[in-house]
Design a protein around this ligand. Sequence first.
Ligand SMILES: Nc1ncnc2c1ncn2[C@@H]1O[C@H](COP(=O)(O)OP(=O)(O)O)[C@@H](O)[C@H]1O
Ligand SMILES: [Mg+2]
Length: 398
Amino acid sequence: MSGPFDDIANTVFADKAVLTESYHPETILERDEEIEAYSHALQDVLFGREPENIFVYGKAGLGKTAVTRYIIDELQKETETRPDADDLHIHTINCNGRTLFVILRTLVNDLLPEHASRFPKRGLGTGDAFDELYRQFDRIGGTHLAVFDEIDHLEDADTLLYELPRARSNGHVSNAKLGVIGISNDYTFRRTLSPKVKDTLMETEISFGPYDAKELRTILGHRAESAFVEGACDESAIAKAAALAAQDMGNARQALDLLRVGAELAERNGEMPVTDGHVETAREQVQRGRLENKIRDQTEHGQYILEAIANLQSRGAVPARSKEIQRTYEEVADAHAASPLSTLKSIQDHLSDLHMLGFLRRHGRNEGLSGGQYYEYELDLDPTIVLETRAEITAHTE
Ligand SMILES: Nc1ncnc2c1ncn2[C@@H]1O[C@H](COP(=O)(O)OP(=O)(O)O)[C@@H](O)[C@H]1O
Ligand SMILES: [Mg+2]
């Protein structure tokens, strides 16, 4: 009797994991300048001095997280051989989808002794969490580097970035040295910070620019060596994935996705080797797949708001204030025969959630004393994807 898997005999992959998001490369290519800037900024740690605070920025997929992980690992190894260096403790937190309180609680729990009870989820506030954090820093001593990745998604980044770098000078911590590394996908995030915070955090700024096609080819080529069975991936596939990603945003994550999905396609069709044609076919699937899923995961009203901003964006009416978004949102909800949320506050809550999840870009505006402070929003993705995904969803539900 034949089974459903009988026909599946050949694979193009020797180690597919190498092409996935969760893989951590041991070799970083084409980022020598950034690595050098990073090691200069962190060299104080080797001599037992307080580290500089570092702000790293650049669009998504440009290697910020990978380079940071690499440099931190190297620093950790190096400090162990340096007599002047204090014990180094690294705390890495991704801020996407987390509140300040959750971040502080995570940090505290990371530091508490094993047998101690965890910091409570309820009942205590941010101030208590800071106090406990400082107590733990002092108890443990040494040098602590706190890495806040995707910090542009944190609502209250200003408080965090004000407090931590000043913990020593403000007398909250005396027995430990602290350094902060903030990583942002959004350069305009800086504008939302108060001037004092900017000064301290920007002691060292490291910017990550887009990769060009040649650089992406090098990165992909290196991965392909271990990802594919000998001869299973044509050079043209690597060149294509690199070229497409370079044309777009110079995004290495996208280049890797294109190659992986192209290879999956070739494998499914029983076609070897993987060629540029497979990558080309994979292109649309890659761009859409992720976003569609993310959009589908949103609540009904979250999706109406996204649709409203996509409409505004198609008319060139962004960045837009929450009030304008609310008006368009009401039209969208009407069109779907739903009753809209009535308060501006509820729209603003949705906007801040959507921003935190990476759908929106937010620009802080300040109109001086009279106008006060407010935010303007725009989509951080192609509006047609939102509109088409929404059209597909409504075609199935209405
Ligand atoms: N210079 C590089 N060398 C090797 N791999 C890289 C490089 N830059 C990016 N990558 C890979 O591309 C993907 C996206 O990189 P990542 O560091 O997550 O980007 P970012 O944090 O800037 O969004 C990851 O899988 C990462 O391993
Ligand atoms: Mg990252």
